[in-house]
Design a protein around this ligand. Sequence first.
Ligand SMILES: CC(C)(COP(=O)(O)OP(=O)(O)OC[C@H]1O[C@@H](n2cnc3c(N)ncnc32)[C@H](O)[C@@H]1OP(=O)(O)O)[C@@H](O)C(=O)NCCC(=O)NCCS
Length: 169
Amino acid sequence: MEPGSDSFTLTTRWSTAADAEGLAVVHAGAWRYAYAGVIPEPGLTRMIGRRGPGWWRRLHDGRARALVAVFGGDIVGYALFGRCRSGPGGEIQELYVRPECHGNGFGSRLFAAARAELDSRGAVPLTVWCLAGNLVGLDFYRALGGRETGRAREHVAGAVLEKLRFTWT
Ligand SMILES: CC(C)(COP(=O)(O)OP(=O)(O)OC[C@H]1O[C@@H](n2cnc3c(N)ncnc32)[C@H](O)[C@@H]1OP(=O)(O)O)[C@@H](O)C(=O)NCCC(=O)NCCS
C-alpha cells in the first residue's frame, strides 16, 4: 500500500473488544513514556500490568468503548471520555498516543474528535486533568487552548502527586 492511500490516512472509530491487544500496547507505551520518574516504581509497572488486554475486554463487556486512532492498519492512539467526574460537562479521562507516533498531529486529531463528540452530546465545558509531572501532557493541553482552572492532589502508587485541571468552554 502506498503512502497517501487510505491506509496511511489517520482515521478515528469506536473500539470493539477485538482491539483489546492494540489498546493495551498503546496504554503501556504511553504510560511508560509519560510517567516514568513521575509515578514511582514498582507502582508504575504494577498499574500498567493491570491494564492489559483482559482489562480492555472487560471494559467492552460493560459496553464502554474508546475512540481509537488508526494509521496504517494499527491502533496508534485512543481517548476515553464521558461525563465529568468532578463537575458539569464532559471529561477526557485518557488520551494516549504510541510514543513512536508522537509529533504527527495524532493527539490533536483525537482530542478534536473526542471534543466534537462531547459537544454533540451537550457535554460542555470540557475538563481534562493532567499530572503536573507530565510536562509533555501539560504543553499539549496548553497548545490546544486549555485554560488552567484548578489544582488537586492525588494518591498514586504510594505517592502524593499534584495534578492540574484544564477547561475548554
Ligand atoms: C500528549 C500526547 C497525547 C500528544 O500527542 P501527539 O500526537 O504527539 O501530539 P500532536 O502532534 O498532535 O501535538 C500537538 C501540539 O502539542 C504540543 N506538543 C506535543 N508534544 C509536545 C512535546 N513533546 N513537547 C512540547 N510540546 C508538545 C505542541 O504544541 C504540538 O503542536 P506542534 O506540533 O504544532 O508544535 C502524547 O505525547 C502522549 O500520548 N503522551 C503520553 C500520554 C499523555 O501525556 N497524555 C496526555 C495526558 S493524560
